[in-house]
Design a protein around this ligand. Sequence first.
Ligand code: FAD
Length: 292
Amino acid sequence: MKISEIIKSKRTLSFEVFPPKKDGEGKAKLFAAIDELKELNPDFISVTYGAGGSNSKSTAEIAKYIQNTARITALAHITGGPSTPSEIDAVAQSLKDGGIKNVLALRGDPPIDCDREYCRYFKHASDLASYLKPYGFTLGAACYPEGHSECESLYQDLIHMKKKEECGATFFITQMFYDNSYYYRLVNEARKIGIVSPIIPAIMPLTNVKNIKRIQSMCGSTIPLELRNMIEIYAENPAVMEEIGINYAVYQTMDLVAKGAPGIHLYIMNNAATARAICGRMKNLFHELFGC
Ligand code: FAD
């Protein structure tokens, strides 16, 4: 089903997974996690493309598993930055043949050991969105509550966000954030300049210290002092850290849905237990909002 249609009819609950670096056991584990996620009745599951060094070749295969075997609407990410037009055509055709209807059009980031000219053919996500139009996918794009790290101002970044909408994006998923006021500001400012598409907030539970370092190096999201203090005090106690991360994600989610967010997207790092823990703690609210 087209995500743009689902969002019109209800608030969405969605999860993000990434292809394991190695095939074989890693993939089998991911498929088992997807089967578990199905029990939570998500509206869609997205699968990343080459993010953080993961294997972009498996994205289409995993999206097809989500769509055709688990029978959950799949959202396949594609990054234009590292790709040639013929590579994009190959992946887009494979997704289309596999019945995938939804694509998140992204630029991507050059890996440290990048051996080819990055963004040679698709300079920005909007270029990829335009290129993908003939395939007939429902297109989404990324947006940044704290502004994208390369952009000189939030306002400029919003102008580029609008361009993505003009080039075909019909919904947005945010970068992770830990202070909801950044999300509310983004939505307010986006509406002021005429961006009309739903903006789905994305939450990544901070369940271990490794993730904190990763988040800061990857996207620089601000971690509020109160959360940072809790994390630092309990850094040596993984069980407590996990409780803090899950509870904080629950707190963010409850605030977001209470204030009218069109859905919740959870970055669960392929861990179905994390998704179950968050959904379990909001059983009644989630039942009311998402029908799960
Ligand atoms: P763009 O929209 O192209 O923006 C990149 C920069 O260029 C920004 O500073 C923007 O303001 C500027 N810009 C945009 N358009 C223009 C223009 N027309 N003129 C001038 N400047 C412009 N990475 C992966 O590798 N794989 C993934 O699967 C993946 N999934 C993601 C999912 C989400 C929800 C998010 C938020 C990010 C994801 N990323 C992924 C990371 C993403 O690729 C990086 O954040 C990247 O740096 C920017 O991607 P973008 O699509 O937002 O790029």
